[in-house]
Design a protein around this ligand. Structure first.
Ligand code: TXA
Ligand code: MG
Length: 330
């Protein structure tokens, strides 16, 4: 493949060109409000396989299908329940993905052989413009090499996928910075498979019966993405409970260890002066927005150890802790 084309989202001609590449079976990354997606035509199994190959993604991990309007849904899924419509009314377009029974119009490789398909309506203007222009379902995994932190800027997409994909629609960094919440409404109880931009508390306002997927007791068959390694920078990620733990966490390493810190709490000046990279966040939303970008910045600075301050497992903090825990898995 030749170099990856860069499309300017403010030029209609560029959106039309990106849509044409997608319609012809190409792979084009585009911004959403969560993270950048690597788009392919979800009805074209060869195109879908190219997205798996470009990312190095295991073929048993299904992709999310992106649509621009709920009126397209009947073509790609069926048995859309009242619960699904309640969620759509409240949260779509936005950072919510809903798992529904699939129709055969979606390539089987998209759903990794499952009988369900994950559907999302992104809110981002550029994503919507592209989806409207192409008027096809677009399967889009996060636009990063498999296992790496998701890309929240077009530069991060290029860092991982230059020459491996046909194009990227550029533009501003993503507003939320972590992925969508995935809810399976095909189960007896609607179940959160992945925490993300919509919080559990927000979901409960609409569907009080919503359950959390428990990896320990539930087989991973219904949520294959949970099996794989995720979000990992080259540096080792360690979760710490407070900034004062930094000293202890770094003691086991030698003195010239290149270390980064990301958190809300400030760290003492004497420790801060020994660190290679520090990012203080104002609140959890800011933390979520900084996480993947910070991981990538640390890699570019050859940081070896990243310390992430833990936050409460509530609200957006739940999604944040999920990403940090997975990033710190060895
Ligand atoms: O915010 C997002 O969701 C971003 C943007 C680009 O939309 N996309 C994203 O895609 O994060 P990806 O491929 O990195 O994660 C998709 C998640 C995986 O955990 C996958 O297992 C799950 O959705 N998934 C997809 N289809 C599924 C299905 N039919 N049943 C259960 N889980 C599914
Ligand atoms: Mg991903």
């Amino acid at each position: 493949m030749t170099r990856t084309a860069q499309y300017d989202p403010t030029r209609l001609q560029d959106i039309i060109e990106a849509a044409t590449v997608l319609r012809n079976g190409g792979c084009v990354a585009f911004p959403t409000e969560t993270v950048f997606g690597l788009g392919v035509d979800a009805t074209n199994s060869i195109a879908v396989q190219r997205a798996f190959a470009a990312k190095g993604r295991p073929s048993d991990n299904p992709l999310i299908v992106h649509l621009h309007t709920p009126s397209q849904m009947d073509l790609y899924c069926h048995s859309i329940s009242e619960v699904a419509y309640k969620l759509i009314d409240r949260f779509c377009p936005g950072p919510l993905t809903i798992v529904l029974p699939r129709r055969d119009s979606i390539a089987t490789s998209v759903t990794a052989g499952l009988e369900t398909v994950a559907i999302r309506f992104p809110k981002h203007e550029v994503a919507q413009a592209l989806l409207r222009e192409i008027n096809l379902p677009i399967a889009a995994p996060s636009a990063n090499l498999s296992g790496r932190p998701s890309a929240t800027t077009w530069q991060a997409v290029i860092e991982d996928l230059d020459g491996r994909i046909d194009g990227v629609v550029c533009g501003e960094p993503c507003e939320i910075g972590i992925e969508s919440t995935v809810v399976d409404v095909t189960r007896e109880l609607p179940t959160v498979l992945r925490c993300g931009g919509v919080t559990l508390e927000q979901l409960r306002e609409v569907i009080p019966e919503v359950a959390m997927h428990d990896q320990q007791i539930d087989s991973s068959v219904n949520s294959p993405g949970l099996r794989h390694r995720h979000y990992q920078p080259t540096a080792k990620v360690v979760l710490i409970n407070s900034a004062t733990e930094i000293d202890r966490a770094t003691k086991t390493f030698d003195n010239d260890l290149r270390c980064g810190y990301l958190g809300i709490e400030k760290i003492p000046g004497a420790i801060a002066s020994k660190l290679t990279h520090i990012c203080y966040c104002d609140n959890e939303a800011d933390y979520a927005n900084s996480l993947f970008r910070f991981f990538r910045e640390c890699d570019n600075l050859e940081v070896q150890l990243i310390l992430c301050q833990g936050v409460d497992d509530t609200g957006l903090g739940r999604a944040l802790m999920d990403r940090i825990r997975r990033a710190s898995c060895v």
